[in-house]
Write a protein that binds this ligand. Structure first.
Ligand code: MRU
Length: 342
């Protein structure tokens, strides 16, 4: 199996080793987290980011919380709550914390069992990403040009990636896939992370300012828009990086297929539709400055939501490890919830 030569999330030698994604592409540096609060801070400050990656990291955070709290259940719950609320939109975070907390409670707070559960989340995420990538290549044809947004690659997951996983799988099969990567203002996950990751993997990638996407789509230069997801509601409405909604509107207007790619751990069966998905708002200085340099008046008012919601009507299909979910999304997502085949 082809893999990456780096890992965004890894538990080794008694601590959580994370790539410091704020430093890429200039430096490939690691941050070691020895306490659950260090893991929560790493998630908040986006040392680690991407829905499945923060879920994977938080799983180990729960293990660290258990070790720190000994048999003090109140302290354990407090530390887990801090992890769970580090960022509000990606449901993988809450899903992973709840899953590892349950393993703790069911095992009578057995540390070994809890570590095994955290490791399972990491291993399952990598396996799901390979499965959904193999399924996802079926929507592509030889020579296709893909537009992607933000980073849904190995850096955003425990390994391999979702949307970028599909692209890499197609590349490995010799399908001559080309990619346009949106730079993804304001934190530039597209230029700093996706461009780095795809170039390193040998995929032909061209970086564009976000606002060039509409022209490329209108001019017939994009065969499909393929990107990740942070939370998929029960009706198929999907939260992803800010700018995704705008791309979906343009893709729909010009008849270009639009695919969200995510493991089923990103589906929130308890959220009926997109209007109920909490959208994180981040600091004004992320927009006012780049790398510490002011690019706007110091005190200018800023609106900086980190995500937006794409209505399910704009989505062609949602590629998961269990198959591709097509409309009617509500009925097909319900089939996944019930464990039925798509
Ligand atoms: O703010 P980020 O960088 O965590 O946002 C990440 C995204 O929006 C990704 O597209 C999403 O998490 C899917 S990652 C497989």
């Amino acid at each position: 199996m082809v893999t990456e030569d780096f890992k965004a999330v890894e538990y080794t030698d008694g601590c959580l080793k994370l790539i410091d994604q704020r430093q890429l592409p200039a430096k490939l540096e690691y941050v070691m987290c020895r306490t659950s609060e260090e893991v929560a801070t790493a998630i908040r400050s986006m040392i680690v980011r991407g829905a499945p990656a923060i879920g994977g990291a938080a799983g180990y955070g729960v293990y660290l919380a258990l070790k720190e709290s000994g048999r003090n259940a109140d302290l354990f719950h407090k530390l887990c709550l801090s992890l769970r609320s580090a960022r509000p939109t990606a449901v993988n975070l809450m899903w992973a914390v709840d899953r590892v907390m349950k393993a703790a409670e069911d095992s009578g707070f057995n540390a070994e069992t809890v570590l095994v559960e955290a490791r399972k989340i990491e291993a399952e995420d990598i396996a799901m990403n390979h499965q959904l990538s193999e399924i996802g290549v079926s929507v592509l044809r030889h020579g296709d040009t893909i537009l992607t947004h933000c980073n849904a690659g190995a850096l955003a997951t425990c390994g391999w990636g979702t949307a970028i996983g599909v692209i890499k799988e197609a590349h490995c099969r010799g399908m001559d896939i080309k990619v346009f990567a949106d730079e993804t203002r304001p934190l530039l996950q597209g230029s700093r992370l996706t461009a780095w990751e795809l170039q390193r993997f040998g995929v032909s990638v061209t970086l564009i300012p976000d606002s060039a996407a509409a022209t490329l789509i209108r001019d017939g230069r994009i065969d499909a828009v393929i990107l990740g997801a942070d939370r998929i509601a029960a009706n198929g409405d999907t939260a992803n990086k800010l700018g995704t909604f705008m791309l979906s509107v343009i893709a729909k207007a010009y008849g270009v297929p639009f695919y969200s790619v995510a493991p089923t751990s990103t589906i929130d069966f308890n959220t009926a539709s997109g209007e109920f998905i909490p959208i994180e708002e981040r600091a004004a200085d992320e927009v006012r400055k780049i790398a510490g340099i002011s690019i706007a008046p110091e005190d200018i008012k800023v609106y900086n939501p980190a995500f937006d919601v794409t209505p399910h009507e704009n989505i062609t299909g949602i590629i998961t490890e269990k198959g591709i979910i097509y409309p009617p999304f509500d009925l097909n997502i319900e089939r996944i919830r019930k464990g039925e085949k798509l």
